[in-house]
Design a binder for this molecule. Structure first.
Ligand code: OGA
Ligand code: MN
Length: 209
C-alpha cells in the first residue's frame, strides 16, 4: 500500500484519497505551465517580492531552522495566465472532492514557495484537529511541484508520515515538475527534506467551515 500513491486521473485521485487519505497525480498541469509558474517564482525572487514563511497560528514567527522557504501568496483576482490555468484545475478538483467526500470545501488559499538549496521544513501538520474557533479550516493540502528535471539525488522529498507523528512508517515523494500531492490536512504529519538545488512549489489548502 505504501508505495501505491500515484494515480492517472482525477477520478482515481479522489478514490485514493477516500481510501487512504492521500494520493499523487503526475502531469496535473502541462509541463509548460509548471515551468511558467517556476519562472514566476524566479522573477519574484529577483524583485525581492518573496517573503520569509512564518509558522504557528498567526504565521508571524519566522524560524529558519524550522522552515526555510520563501513564499508569495496568490490572489485569484489578479492571477497570471499560468496561475489561471492552475486555479481552473483546482476548481475541478474542489468540486470533485466535495461531490465524493461531502467536505464542503469552499475556498482555496495558495502560495508559491521557493526552498533555496539546503532549506527544509521540519515535521509538522497543517492543521491540528483540536482547533475550532469558527474560522475557516484547512481540510485538504495540495502541493504542486514546479521543478524541471528533478532526480532522486537532488533530494527535497516530501516525507509523508503514515502513523500520526510517529516516525515508524513514511513515504518519500519526489517533487518532480507538475506532480500534485494531495492529503488530509489534519491527519498527515509531513516534512520537506533539504535539496541540493532550489526547490519550487505551489502549495494550497482547500478550506472548510
Ligand atoms: C507546507 C508544506 C510541502 C512541500 O507548505 O506546509 O508542507 O512538499 N509543503 O512543499
Ligand atoms: Mn505542510
Amino acid at each position: 500500500m505504501i508505495n501505491d500513491y500515484s494515480v492517472q486521473n482525477i477520478e482515481e485521485l479522489i478514490s485514493k484519497i477516500t481510501q487512504q487519505g492521500f494520493a499523487a497525480i503526475d502531469d496535473f498541469l502541462p509541463i509548460s505551465t509548471a515551468l511558467g509558474l517556476a519562472a514566476e517564482i524566479s522573477a519574484l525572487n529577483v524583485s525581492a517580492l518573496l517573503q520569509d514563511a512564518g509558522t504557528g497560528r498567526l504565521h508571524q514567527m519566522v524560524n529558519k531552522n524550522l522552515r526555510g522557504d520563501l513564499i508569495y501568496w496568490l490572489n485569484e483576482a489578479d492571477a497570471t495566465h499560468a496561475q489561471r490555468a492552475y486555479f481552473t484545475q483546482m476548481e475541478i478538483l474542489r468540486l470533485a472532492l466535495n461531490q465524493a467526500l461531502y467536505l464542503g470545501l469552499f475556498a482555496l488559499e495558495s502560495h508559491l514557495a521557493l526552498y533555496p538549496a539546503g532549506a527544509a521544513y521540519k515535521k509538522h501538520i497543517d492543521r491540528f484537529k483540536s482547533i475550532n474557533d469558527g474560522k475557516p479550516l484547512r481540510q485538504i493540502s495540495a502541493v504542486l511541484y514546479l521543478n524541471p528535471d528533478w532526480h532522486d539525488d537532488d533530494g527535497g522529498h516530501l516525507r509523508l508520515y503514515m502513523n500520526g507523528d510517529s516516525d515508524s512508517e513514511y513515504l518519500d515523494i519526489l517533487p518532480i515538475g507538475s506532480r500534485l500531492v494531495v492529503f488530509l490536512s489534519d491527519t498527515f504529519y509531513h516534512e520537506v527534506l533539504p535539496a541540493s538545488r532550489d526547490r519550487m512549489s505551489l502549495t494550497a489548502w482547500f478550506l472548510t467551515r
